[in-house]
Design a protein around this ligand. Structure first.
Ligand code: FES
Ligand SMILES: [Fe+2]
Length: 341
């Protein structure tokens, strides 16, 4: 079914759950056009967006009072299991052919997102423990649609070298670019990595940190769940407060991807949410311009195709792990320079 069969068994986000109301919603995932709607119980369901009768896009239709998806062309109705339950052109009592079925795909609502899996699942939906933790307040950012691959978008979260340079004054400063020593460890389908760094106090411009002085030590604990989810917990060492970022990319399969992001915090609980969203939007826009410029848009499969230095080790680990998913045999990462062919 999918253009990327090695990714079909993973759960991918296709939109905010709140955006799926009483109308069918078209989505694009890994090159597959899908339709998402709510059944009679309010649960989300998804199918290939193609009517078995004449190939019409079912997302142009409607959802009836029984929670059936009704095709816009001839009005056939399909229930949440994908069975055709109404063919208005047939006389009453005439059986509906059993081949009149939709191709259903896995669909779940979790963390305020709709997730789809195009094949038998090989992994769980990534965890987001803060979502149900009453000590946290959450800010949902606008989705980030970028003209690049989901790999490039997510790899940007493994890249420490750019924090103080591209995000000068926000996530670091240009007078302090040496990347602290860090390690990365693969645990099943996850990469774990931790980095402690000095961050500037941005509160005059964006009141989003719990840094007390001009700069503060922040420890970032990352869990990258393959293929495209980042959970980042930042601890402000001045106060012990936390800010977390949950970010997951939807690979459309058409050269674009969409990032869905929550900013969560266990401090400033009565504060204004707007600076948190604006802060993330500014960072994302700085990233978008450079990440969309990267060529090739897909991360190169061979480590020798780009130049890796020791502070790129998490990106190298991510490339190796992604290579493992699609059966590529990763070669040893050349750290420190380009290897000869
Ligand atoms: S094309 Fe869908 S009912 Fe005919
Ligand atoms: Fe960035």
């Amino acid at each position: 079914m999918s253009v990327a069969p090695h990714l079909a068994g993973y759960w991918h986000p296709v939109g905010w759950a709140a955006a799926v109301g009483d109308r069918p919603v078209p989505v694009l995932l890994l090159g597959e056009r899908l339709v998402v709607w709510r059944d009679v119980n309010g649960g989300v369901v998804a199918a290939v967006d193609r009517c078995p009768h004449r190939g019409t896009a079912l997302s142009l239709g409607r959802v009836d009072e029984r929670g059936c998806l009704v095709c816009p062309y001839h009005g056939w109705g399909f229930d949440a299991a994908g069975s055709c339950v109404a063919v208005p052109q047939l006389a009453a009592g005439t059986p509906v052919p059993s081949r009149a079925r939709l191709t259903m795909v896995g669909c779940e609502e979790r963390w305020g997102l709709v997730w789809v899996c195009l094949a038998d699942p090989v992994a769980e939906i990534p965890s987001f423990p803060e979502f149900t933790d009453s000590r946290y307040r959450h800010v949902r950012c606008e989705p980030y649609r970028w003209s690049t691959s989901a790999e490039r978008m997510v790899e940007n979260f493994t890249d420490f070298g750019h924090l103080g340079y591209l995000h000068d004054g926000l996530l670091g400063t240009r007078d302090d670019l040496v990347v602290p020593v860090h390690r990365v460890e693969q645990v099943g389908g996850e990469l774990h990595y931790v980095l402690s760094m000095q961050v500037p106090n941005t509160n005059e411009r964006f009141a989003v940190t719990d840094v007390q002085g001009r700069r503060g030590l922040q420890t970032n604990r990352y869990v990258l769940t393959l293929p495209y989810t980042i959970h980042l917990q930042c601890t402000y060492e001045d106060t012990g407060a936390h800010r977390t970022l949950f970010f997951v990319a939807q690979p459309h399969g058409d050269g674009t991807c969409t990032g869905f992001c929550y900013q969560s915090r266990d401090f400033d609980l009565d504060g204004d949410d707007e600076p948190y969203a604006r802060f993330q939007d500014l960072l994302a826009e700085q990233d978008r311009v450079v990440v969309e410029s990267q060529r090739p848009a897909d991360v190169p499969p061979e480590p020798v195709d780009e130049l890796h230095l020791p502070f790129d080790r998490v990106a190298v680990a991510y490339r190796r792990a992604m290579g493992g998913l699609d059966g590529r045999t990763p070669t040893a990462p050349p750290v420190g320079g380009r290897t000869r062919p």
